[in-house]
Write a protein that binds this ligand. Structure first.
Ligand SMILES: Cc1cc2nc3c(=O)[nH]c(=O)nc-3n(C[C@H](O)[C@H](O)[C@H](O)COP(=O)(O)OP(=O)(O)OC[C@H]3O[C@@H](n4cnc5c(N)ncnc54)[C@H](O)[C@@H]3O)c2cc1C
Length: 462
């Protein structure tokens, strides 16, 4: 069957459809041109689109903010975005819970929670994403006693491939709930969620420079040195920065580099210098040292509302790769990564970002059943231009595999279904639920076939 045309749609669906949409992710590393884009405003419209896709045997993929650094959200068939379904539906201030439409952005969620005296207990580096999007990939922040964001889901509503509206919780449609807490978008369209929050709070974050070798030798103490601790290591050096944040009642304040230093120098000048290193890669270690000495070796202290402290400026487009390993293995893995970079004379960008996540029981969470250290590597793309990264990624992934690493689902990686089956105790349960809910594979795409469905070996390797 050929492409389905806009003028073949019913007037009701034409009102929420467009046929000239190109999807591109934030890092501009993946794009696709679906036949039709749908932007529903109601659950009934979501159902109608699903039933149309089913009748035409078309793939249908939801996307949120397009922040996944992979083709996880891409589809050549139909695509759907539920950003317009972004309302607060109910709030229980006593239980610190809010029910929201899943197209709401995290930015808006912070606002509506705060209006009700609530806040999320943990967050990743940004809040641009949709709630459905972050939950679909078990997006995480940092904090030894804090799970990934998917652990905050109390219940959810999923519209499946046959148009059924399923309410899922630990007591209703239990298996679907467990699978859908980190669904990869493979089970259907999630339209609502109830989230567990906590009373609104401020954080005090203190950021200080250290010697990385000292930090690796004192690992357990670092992990538990704050409610939320993270480490940025500057490859090619023994420098790192440890960021520690704790709940506080102190007044809002800030000390550290000026806005001009952070934006003018830390963003614009840095991007220009990185661009020069595209032609002279040997300069990268010198640039790393320069940026550390001039910007990151100064202590920084911030007190602010929690989401502002959790979030960071992630600068400009980038290639990223991030895997989760048992946090006790992280010092060995990081020493191996350092050696791999040196032995291969690679010139790589800072930082290597190291975060800690409590173990959980979300079937496809990379922190399932183990206290987790996420190790993230990055190669910036100054002005959106390409830089070599594949040899770095290959060495990094091989090291992560030695420690039974699990890749962040949102990020392009090289794990096959066999690797993932061996690593996730509940992987086959997830596949069973997916097969029951979507036997025709409406919600599958290339990413899911390559990494999750295909039983052919080596299809996914970098
Ligand atoms: C600058 C930057 C910083 C980041 N920081 C962090 C971080 O600190 N920690 C971390 O863990 N990750 C981080 N990420 C990754 C990011 O959180 C994930 O990629 C997240 O999934 C993106 O959400 P999104 O709304 O953009 O979803 P998309 O990327 O658009 O989609 C992601 C998945 O969600 C599915 N989906 C979307 N909407 C629905 C729906 N309604 N129903 C069912 N499925 C749906 C899609 O099909 C897809 O599978 C970062 C990414 C960027 C670009």
């Amino acid at each position: 069957m050929g492409p389905y045309r806009f003028d073949q749609l019913s007037p009701e669906l034409q009102a929420i459809a467009s046929d000239n949409f190109t999807f591109q992710n934030w890092a501009k590393t993946f794009r696709c041109s679906p036949e039709l884009l749908f932007e529903p405003t109601t659950e009934e419209q979501v159902r109608q689109v699903i039933l149309l896709a089913k009748s035409l045997n078309k793939p249908l993929k939801a996307f949120g903010c397009g922040h996944s650094p992979s083709d996880l959200a891409c589809s050549p068939g139909f695509m759907m975005n539920i950003d317009k379904m972004n309302n607060l539906l109910a709030v229980d201030t006593k239980a610190c819970r809010a029910t929201v439409q899943a197209g709401m952005s995290l930015h808006k969620l912070h606002q509506v929670l705060r209006e009700n005296g609530l806040a999320l207990s943990n967050l990743g580096s940004i809040s641009d994403q949709s709630i459905a999007g972050v939950m679909a990939t078990a997006t995480h922040g940092t904090g030894a006693e804090y799970g990934c964001l998917s652990t905050m889901i109390v219940d959810l509503t999923l519209i499946t491939a046959d148009g059924s509206i399923l309410f899922c919780s630990p007591t209703e449609n239990t298996d679907v709930f467990e699978a859908a807490r980190c669904s990869l978008g493979a089970l259907g369209i999630i339209t609502r969620m109830t989230l567990q929050a906590e009373p609104d709070f401020k954080l005090e974050a203190i950021q200080k420079p250290y010697k990385f070798s000292d930090i690796l030798n004192d690992w357990d103490a670092v992990i538990h040195s704050a409610q939320h601790a993270r480490v940025w290591w500057y490859p090619h050096t023994d420098d790192c920065v440890v960021w520690r944040a704790n709940r506080t009642t102190k007044e809002i304040s800030r000390s550290g580099p000026s806005f001009l230093m952070e934006r003018g120098y830390g963003f614009h000048a840095y991007q220009a210098m990185l661009n020069i290193t595209r032609y002279s890669t040997y300069l990268i270690p010198y640039l790393t040292k320069l940026m550390f000495n001039t910007l990151h070796s100064q202590p920084v202290q911030v007190v602010d509302v929690s989401n502002k402290v959790f979030n960071f400026d992630c600068l400009f487009p980038q290639y990223v790769n991030e895997w989760a390993i048992d946090w006790k293995d992280a010092p060995d893995a990081l020493r191996k990564l350092d050696k791999f970079i040196a032995d291969n004379d690679l010139k790589v960008h800072f930082p290597v970002e190291i975060r800690f996540v409590d173990e959980d029981d979300v079937w496809l969470s990379p922190a399932y059943g183990r206290k987790t250290c996420y190790i993230g590597v990055i190669m910036y793309r100054p002005y959106g231009k390409p830089v070599p990264y594949k040899k770095y990624w290959k060495g990094y992934e091989d090291i992560m595999r030695e420690y039974n690493g699990r890749p962040h689902w949102a990020k392009a990686h090289g794990q096959t279904r066999q690797d993932l089956e061996a690593s996730y105790p509940k992987f086959d349960d997830f596949l069973r639920v997916r097969q029951q809910l979507d036997p025709q594979g409406m919600f599958l795409n290339d990413y899911l076939r390559r990494h999750v469905i295909s039983s052919e070996k080596e299809t996914a390797r970098l």
